[in-house]
Design a protein around this ligand. Sequence first.
Ligand code: PLP
Length: 424
Amino acid sequence: MNFHALSVDQLSSARDDLQDLYRALRDAGLSLDLTRGKPAVDQLDLSNELLSLPGGDDYRTATGADTRNYGMGDGIPELREIFAEILGVPVANLVAAGNSSLELMHDVVSFAMLHGTVDSDRPWVRDEKVTFLCPAPGYDRHFAITEDLGVEMIAVPMLPNGPDVDLCAQLVADDPTIKGLWAVPTYSNPTGITFAEDVVERLMTMPAAAPDFRVFWDNAYVVHTIVDAAPPALPVLQIADEAGHPNRPFVFGSTSKITFAGGGISFFASSTDNLDWFRSHMSKRTIGPDKVNQLRHAKFFGDADGVRAHMRKHADLLAPKFRLVLDILDDRLGDSKVASWTEPEGGYFVSLDVIDGTAAKVIELAADAGIALTAAGSTYPYKKDPYDRNIRLAPTFVEIDDLRSAMDGVATCVLLAAADALLA
Ligand code: PLP
């Protein structure tokens, strides 16, 4: 029933029923966690062959280099080749690094703060103010990096085809303190949307008041489809170059949710000048990445098709979980018109919008019933959702039966909070 079409009496009686349901939910004594987007155990098992690779005395790259020693700061060529194809960048512009792309993003923002970029006239930290545009809902850990490093953040709406690019273009053109924009272009965290081609072009071509404006292009979910095939990664370096902004994109990638989370490989790609800048600072920070792990990964995948074939196995495990979440949302909330949600074709999350002013209440009700949801506001800069509306659901880690119970409970909490709000 459409909650907005009910009389006060009808809504109060619906609320009474929901309170009964909620009491039963609380009495069930659940202890379930839908907070973090982690791979489930069966997904990790898909990569167990890595545990015995490279194997024996197999430690040399295809060109005979010894992966056990220092050196090869850009990473091993065979793995860079595979991921250059996956990320849509030239091999020469791609570095394979350590185990965490988030760490690379933290490094790159820190390098810019401390030293400035190749297009800066001084370190960013010397500017009175440094601002980043933060498409929201977005990834909480991106926002945490910039908050931690003293960068001011402006939320811009995330639309079904990418960030509100008209607003981005206007802000970036007018405000020289805007030095960066966070972007997750494929199966975005948490909305699951993929940026449309015209949005990508606009982001790379729009004039910026700051000559050292950068787009932090975190393509973490570039191959993480749950349908037949992921959209190909757009050649963002080439687009930016042709637009006369070769140094604008900083591209990041990661195998954390392809093989082992925290035990994979991260990637950084950019223009030649940006890479020289990156190397000049990175070489002070480390004498080189873990190339044994890189070799292990190169042998495991074989080639880019090997990565895609591996991702189809992930999709077989994940698609039923996403389907279940969407079915429950549809069954329990579809008619009530008190919530809307994304229907992602990939990535790790479903983004749920509830009636404005009720997200924190839903999360609190769920917590009291033993269902942990990502903290209210997390998908916005400074953890402040101005509408108190967005909830990030992470369906991957829990077992499917637990997911069913958790989502059913979440739906009850959404309806109860909505009934309370509409009756207030
Ligand atoms: N980027 C995005 C958009 C993510 O959602 C995540 C993990 O949730 C990461 C990066 C983390 O990547 P890594 O494990 O390579 O640090």
